[in-house]
Design a protein around this ligand. Structure first.
Ligand SMILES: [Zn+2]
Length: 259
């Protein structure tokens, strides 16, 4: 048996025993779907612009057209993206009761589209957009589709105010309810599965440490090292789209849910 296969089995054994398993995912889970890590080096997004000048809340309020022009390539990518085997494996683990929920830093909604039910989107999501003028909340799907098509700054059908996607911008607080729920789940969990996150964006990345501090076993599946690698019970440097389906299968989850 290869070292990798042995690690997958160890992780699966932990998940089989879990009574309150929890997954924590980051950009790496969406990379196999073609969604670039917009915070990551090499994505090109930050090289073209200073994030505080285009993607902060203040910048958005004063120059929404600059923000929307900058974010359009990412919006187009997300609009076209489909869930990949990593998303489906996590949904299968949830359906089988091996994990209770997925905490994600991703805003693309792909966990939900893959069939996950309990998804805590701590950086927000594109599922909704809010009018900056009348504060009415609109479904994000049609807003995104229209924006991808025409590139115009999305506006409120009621009052004409600028719509802001319900995702956190630079320097903005995390959505309180989602983060509170995520923290409560992290404190309760007995197995924490970190997948596709290098755990660099705080305060979200502190949640797995809180789980471990409260006694959870830790599985990490990520290409890059993280600050918690030394605390991991099982550490797998691998492509999540390969490792997670293997892990789900070894944990006894039904293949049809993720193949
Ligand atoms: Zn409005």
């Amino acid at each position: 048996m290869t070292d990798r296969a042995a690690l997958i089995l160890q992780a699966a054994a932990l998940l089989r025993q879990a009574r309150a398993g929890l997954a924590f995912t980051g950009a790496g889970v969406s990379t196999p779907s073609g969604v670039q890590d917009f915070r990551g080096a090499g994505s090109g997004m930050w090289e073209k612009a200073d994030p505080m000048e285009v993607a902060s809340l203040t910048a958005f309020r004063y120059h929404p057209e600059v923000f929307y022009a900058w974010v359009r390539p990412l919006a187009v990518t997300i609009h076209r993206a489909e869930p990949n085997p990593a998303h489906r494996a996590l949904a299968a683990l949830e359906a089988a009761g091996r994990i209770k929920a997925v905490i994600t830093q991703n805003i693309d909604g792909l966990h939900t589209r893959a069939g996950a039910r309990q998804v805590l989107e701590i950086h927000g999501s594109l599922r909704e957009a809010t009018c900056g003028q009348c504060h009415r909340v609109w479904p994000g799907g049609p807003v995104l589709a229209r924006f991808v098509k025409d590139g115009a700054v999305p506006r409120c059908p009621d009052c004409g105010g600028v719509l802001k996607p319900n995702v956190i911008l630079m320097g903005e607080q995390l959505p309180e309810a989602a983060f509170r729920a995520a923290r409560a789940a992290a404190l309760r969990c007995d197995v924490m599965l970190v997948a596709g996150s290098s755990l660099e964006v705080m305060p979200s990345a502190a949640l797995p440490l809180e789980a471990v501090t409260h006694g959870a076993r830790l599985i990490i599946v990520n290409q890059e090292p993280t600050y918690l690698d030394e605390r991991a019970d099982v550490l797998i440097h691998a492509d999540v789209a390969e490792a997670l389906p293997q892990m789900a299968a070894a944990a006894g989850c039904e293949a049809k849910a993720y193949v």
